[in-house]
Design a binder for this molecule. Sequence first.
Ligand code: IMP
Ligand code: MG
Length: 184
Amino acid sequence: MRVPDDLERVLISGEQLQARVAELAAELEAAYSEGDRPLLVCVLKGAFVFLADLVRHIEMPHEVDFMEVASYGSGTASSGVVRILLDLERNIQGRHVVIVEDIVDSGRTLTYIVRNLRTRGPASLRVCALLTKPARRECELDVDFVGFEIPDEFVVGYGLDYAQAYRNLPFIGVLKREAYSPSP
Ligand code: IMP
Ligand code: MG
């Protein structure tokens, strides 16, 4: 696919993504026994592409469910004030739950989700994030499975958006600064 003009560069190619997602699926399977039937909780909307590719490499019995949260904040930073827009369909009590997230930035959104799901009594709760920006972390947070550590830049593609655009790109790209911050 053509690289849009608003991108500064491609950070992770489609081939790199596909290879790493297959490895993540293997790491995930290795962490469970067949009878565990883990429940993968996809955090909408950003993680939908990642989840779709991930489950196609998971051979053990598992289920998927979806959750959508909104974090108040400016265009490119979250405030930590989180609202649940769509909650899980399933009761997760006694279940082995894996939260599947696109990117951990400050960690506020995921910290909220982890705390919330923990109150529901899962048998275990793990986190699988395609991307993390360690330089931006503000919350103490264990991420059990990480695809790629990336620098402190705003990225789009492979499910990640800016103002709902670019989710369709099969690669991860860095958005040009002028595409999201008004010029002085
Ligand atoms: P956090 O609460 O600061 O960790 O922000 C996490 C959420 O912010 C992610 O689930 C994304 O929706 C969004 N986000 C953070 N960084 C980026 C980025 O570089 N590109 C696109 N979305 C991002
Ligand atoms: Mg998100």
